[in-house]
Design a protein around this ligand. Structure first.
Ligand code: NIG
Ligand code: FE
Length: 418
């Protein structure tokens, strides 16, 4: 039997994001990563690499684990550019939502879209994320707000994975808002989420986690506890949108429930952060949303001091964060929230995988799926240095080169942006 590798990416600055506490980036200079059967089979100095059927010369570029976007609302139809214009003209996000715009506007457009149109829109966004090095994406429902439509959105997310575009983990977000037709029946709608949507999504194999929008203008702590408690009892992982506008005790609830993550956190107390740290709940920072809403960003130094792990996501959605640029989000988390550059790299790789509950993503490790992203630059910190425009030079997903098949053993001309 031939024990040669299927693929070897060599002469890369390999950043495993799997180093020890003191040097978590785990850099291997002039390194190589070997792939066999879709998984990483070898990591080490290029000079010592075993034989491989196919060799790709990385030309000294930085090779990272495929990036992980831990928070997206990728499945939606319709633009809300008019709403942005209104907000820039002084109207308030929550006031627009209360008047039937906001999430409700996207619900109308999403329900009206055909299955194919909804899939095509989500696929375009997933491919755009992948072009920036992202190989794993957390995708929420939440623009269906009715059993069949919520299940349809989750099915679209699953299809992205089935078609080999990106790896996907899904979150049922039936409690994103009360749909317009149930406005007089808030409690009944929430019961439906807890007793119908959750079991049906599980039965259909469509949900990996359950999320709730716990905030002023959305759901209360008690309402969130009802839904997330039901999800947890049914065996789903839980997470929550918390403290985007007001601190309603969501961080503490996330800690009590052993949530994977609490996301946003512009408004959170020290006690809430301490509870999160003690329970191992990851904070997911969403710079696109705080930028669009022109809010004061969270303080990464405070989170670091209180021992909270931090990830960064795009929050890709048509209302508050219309972006697919995960490296730009890392760059903004550095500028606005004070995340250090090395932390930014970890925040969109291993910490993001942790927040999203992806057991074998976000690090380059022998035995794990070979999801890799090669960038033009030779310094991983460049990911959070550039203010937009960072694209992957090549992407490997499950061992297959899905983007940028470099010329074998011939380094292409280097043209770093930075
Ligand atoms: O993450 N916070 C809740 N949901 C989204 C916004 C949704 C929308 O406006 O469509 C967010 O910011
Ligand atoms: Fe969100």
């Amino acid at each position: 039997m031939d024990d040669a590798l299927d693929l070897l990416l060599h002469d890369a600055r390999v950043v495993t994001c799997d180093g020890p506490d003191g040097a978590p980036l785990g850099v291997v200079e002039r390194g190589a990563v070997g792939v066999r059967g879709g998984r990483v089979a070898w990591i080490g100095p290029a000079a010592e690499a075993p034989r491989a059927a196919r060799r790709i010369d990385a030309g000294g570029r930085v090779l990272l684990p495929g990036l992980v976007d831990p928070h997206t609302h990728l499945v939606f139809a319709g633009s809300r550019v008019d709403e942005l214009a209104r907000r820039l003209g002084g109207e308030d996000y929550r006031a627009i939502a209360a008047a039937g715009g906001g999430i409700a506007a996207t619900v109308r457009a999403t329900r009206a879209a055909s299955d194919e149109a909804l899939f095509d829109a989500a696929a375009a966004r997933a491919l755009a994320l992948r072009a920036r090095g992202v190989t794993s994406v957390e995708i929420k429902s939440g623009y269906g707000l009715e059993l069949a439509h919520e299940l349809r959105s989750l099915a679209v997310a699953r299809r992205l994975a089935r078609e080999g575009i990106v790896r996907v983990t899904t979150s049922l977000l039936g409690a994103h808002a009360v749909p317009k037709e149930r406005a007089g029946d808030r409690a009944g709608y929430l019961e439906e989420v807890a007793t119908q949507m959750i079991p049906r999504a599980i039965e259909a194999g469509l949900a990996d986690a359950c999320d709730v929008y716990l905030d002023d203008g959305a759901f209360s702590r008690d309402e969130a506890a009802r839904v997330l408690g039901a999800a947890k009892a049914a065996g789903l992982a839980v997470r929550a949108h918390v403290g985007q506008f007001a601190d309603l005790g969501g961080a503490e609830l996330a800690a009590e429930l052993g949530a994977r993550s609490a996301d946003h956190l512009e408004q959170v107390s020290d006690a809430g952060l301490r509870a999160m740290a003690a329970a191992g709940v990851t904070a997911v920072l969403l710079p696109g949303a705080w930028r669009t809403l022109r809010q004061t960003p969270p303080d990464a130094a405070r989170m670091r001091r209180l021992g909270v792990r931090v990830a960064v996501g795009t929050d890709c959605n048509p209302g508050t964060s219309p972006t697919v640029d995960l490296p730009l989000m890392a760059a903004l988390a550095a500028r606005d929230a004070g995340l250090e550059l090395d932390e930014c790299v970890l925040a969109i790789t291993r910490e993001a995988a942790r927040a999203a509950g992806l057991a074998e993503a976000g690090r380059i490790r022998v035995g794990w799926p070979a999801d890799l992203a090669l960038f033009e630059e030779d310094d991983p910190r460049a990911l959070a240095y550039a203010l937009g425009g960072t694209m992957a030079r090549a992407v490997v997903l499950g061992g297959a080169v899905v983007l940028g098949g470099l010329v074998e053993d011939e380094p292409p001309p280097r043209a770093p942006l930075w």
